[in-house]
Design a protein around this ligand. Structure first.
Ligand SMILES: [Zn+2]
Length: 647
């Protein structure tokens, strides 16, 4: 099926609307929010006040609607103390997107007016964005732990918000916490020495010693980039420069510091391509293993899974990816989740440019593009090639946008940009991206705005062959964006390294259980080449060419079942399960109980489920408490493909 030019509703600015917010953000827009949070990590509770500064953008309004999910709302009042009536309703009862908080204003407000109001509320363990972890779930086993994950539409369970990437606001926060529950607290904002009055806070129990911290984020950001982490945490500078820092539990910090010693160089490699980093400092937090993603680009404070720490540096591309989000995603943001590739495709593109500058590995961009293409292909098959979710413009109306997320916006987005770079030329494309950043700094945009910008830029710069380039871009634009399935144009990422790796794989298949000559070439492969080898093995397994005796020989030679690198290990398990291997179930179950990142555990669950549904369900039941709620839902969806799984 070929769908072009779907009718996306646009508002007066010409941008698409966000169908995944219940807020009336076109009429009234939040400009600043100040949080006062009293953390009770052990009790899994946060007592909160949020103070807002709204600006009326429509002609007149008499109510403000905000997104909420599973929050306890106590009162809403104006800055003069006047209480406001509020009603909670459920616009889409079955859509898993939460509720709408309707605040009825005391009078009609007209365009240009400012409305200051506050909401008292609390957060408990139902919150999907806040993970309250027990002492036993941490590395040092000394204190409980708290972290948040708001992307994509989960911030509504952290605070009542206009929970849409279309709205950007500055924020500040006063955080109060017990010194027995956290040595420190950090947010996606700068720390400030500003004092605030908390001594008479009614919730403060005098039997404990309390600590206070104040944060401010002066750059306007969308709600999904608000983040907090608290626990037994230590912050240290990385080895070089004074811009980059590392935070983790203290027992692992030296090990992580060693592996992250080149963070400053990563930042410089990105700047070399795209221009200066404008956010100030850059810090990466290595979280406990149940963090649901490889990493999350919270501004100033990337959250990362410990799976990226492989001791060999092979997972550091994730850190480069998150840094690259400082430009694409955090500076320019998609206007809704249907345009997510505007965040992710650009970030993958910049990540691969910077990685190639830094690592200087020949053809590394191509090898990583091949690996990315393989995981995108798996996602396309899972959705079905006609599914609208396999396009660069998924329709997320009436659903939790999380359901549409896959490698498609990352990899098809990357391939589309590579295609455009091929038309425009490498140098011109680089300068165009720099101009794009300057033009839309701290704004949210959609694909149509991007297209208009590119054409306008090429015209204004009087590039060679402007008419031909314009024609080529416009001719293919809609099929890249709206057509489901594989990219409309197949790009050639083949390299000698790919051929070499394919030959190496075949040599194992042909050896049929014996050790092939040069088997130890593997130990000199680049990290990306090792992944390509394992993806090739997976293809052999799908074609039923990977026999049991070959699996055993490879494992004996390369020790993949006991590999420390999660990215290699999950690909190995995926391949051997697809080949029908049942001899490593215990190790696979242990592996699945140690990694909370869906990018790594979900493909293994999928292969395990296809081979042995019963064992896959049993494994999930054993480990489900360990997983983050987002990952738990994703795994359940995989297991439900065979049968209904009981809670
Ligand atoms: Zn990303």
């Amino acid at each position: 099926m070929f769908i072009i030019g779907l009718l996306f509703i646009k508002f007066s600015s010409g941008l698409e609307i966000d169908v995944n917010t219940f807020s009336n953000y076109l009429d009234v827009q939040n400009k600043h929010i100040h949080f006062e949070w009293l953390l009770n990590i052990e009790k899994k509770q946060i007592n909160a006040t949020a103070n807002y500064k709204f600006h009326v953008a429509g002609s007149s309004i008499n109510k403000i609607c905000l997104d909420i999910k599973d929050l306890n709302i106590y009162s809403v009042y104006m800055d003069n103390g006047h209480l406001l009536h509020h009603i909670i309703d459920y616009p889409y009862v079955n859509s898993d997107q939460g509720q709408r908080l309707n605040i009825l204003l005391n009078r009609e407000y007209r365009r240009g007016e400012i409305i200051m109001l506050s909401i008292k509320y609390s957060i408990d363990s139902r919150s999907e964005s806040v993970s309250f972890m027990n002492v036993s779930q941490t590395s040092t086993k000394s204190m409980p732990f708290l972290f948040t994950q708001c992307e994509d539409a989960y911030c509504r369970s952290l605070a009542p918000l206009q929970d849409t990437p279309a709205i950007k606001q500055t924020y500040s926060a006063s955080i109060i916490y017990k010194n027995t529950e956290a040595t420190d607290v950090f947010m996606s904002a700068d720390e400030s020495q500003e004092q605030f009055k908390i001594q008479n806070h009614p919730q403060i129990d005098p039997n404990f010693t309390w600590k206070y911290k104040y944060f401010i984020q002066k750059i306007p950001i969308p709600s999904y980039l608000i983040a907090i982490v608290a626990g037994n945490l230590k912050k240290v500078p990385t080895s070089n420069g004074d811009r980059t820092f590392l935070i983790s539990e203290p027992d692992k910090i030296n090990e992580y510091k060693e592996e992250l010693k080149d963070m400053e160089q990563f930042l410089q490699a990105i700047e070399q391509y795209i221009g200066p980093y404008t956010w100030g400092t850059y810090t990466i937090v290595i979280l406990p293993p149940s963090f649901p993603y490889g990493a999350m680009e919270n501004p100033l404070l990337t959250f990362a899974s410990p799976t990226i720490m492989t001791k060999t540096g092979s997972g550091l591309y994730v850190a480069i990816h998150e840094m690259a989000h400082s430009w694409f995603g955090n500076t320019i943001t998609c206007v809704n989740w249907g345009n997510m590739w505007i965040n992710e495709g650009f970030t993958v593109f910049l990540e691969r440019k910077a990685s190639s500058f830094y690592y200087k590995v020949p053809d590394d961009i191509k090898l990583n593009a091949i690996i990315g293409n393989a995981s995108m292909y798996a996602d396309i098959l899972n959705f079905g090639p006609d599914s609208n979710f396999t396009s660069l413009h998924p329709d997320t109306t009436g659903i939790n946008p999380q359901l549409s997320i896959s490698d498609v916006p990352y990899e098809k987005g990357f391939q589309f940009l590579t295609f455009l770079e091929g038309i425009i030329g490498e140098e011109d494309f680089k300068f165009m991206l720099r101009s794009y950043l300057a033009t839309y700094m701290y704004k949210s945009i959609d694909q149509q705005e991007l297209q208009s910008f590119i054409i306008r830029y090429l015209y204004e710069q009087r590039v060679d062959n402007y008419s031909t380039k314009r024609y080529q871009i416009l001719e293919h634009w809609d099929s890249w964006i709206f057509q489901p399935g594989l990219p409309p144009i197949r790009l050639d990422f083949s390299t000698n390294k790919l051929i070499e790796t394919q030959q190496y794989t075949t040599s194992y298949i042909l050896a049929d259980g014996r050790q092939p000559d040069h088997y130890d070439d593997y130990f000199n492969f680049y990290p990306s080449q090792k992944k390509v080898f394992l993806e090739e093995l997976f293809k052999k397994a799908q074609n039923k060419e990977l026999k049991q005796q070959v699996i055993h020989q490879i494992d004996e030679d390369l020790k993949l079942t006991d590999e420390n690198d999660y990215e290699l290990k999950f690909r190995w398990f995926k391949a051997i399960l697809t080949a029908g291997d049942r001899t490593r179930f215990t190790k696979i179950s242990d592996f699945l109980g140690s990694v909370g990142t869906c990018e790594i555990s979900c493909p293994v669950y999928q292969a395990l489920n296809e081979l042995d549904h019963e064992f896959a369900v049993q494994t999930f039941r054993t480990h489900q408490e360990f997983y983050h709620q987002i990952v738990r839902q994703s795994i359940k969806r995989i297991l439900e493909k065979n049968s209904q799984i009981q809670q």
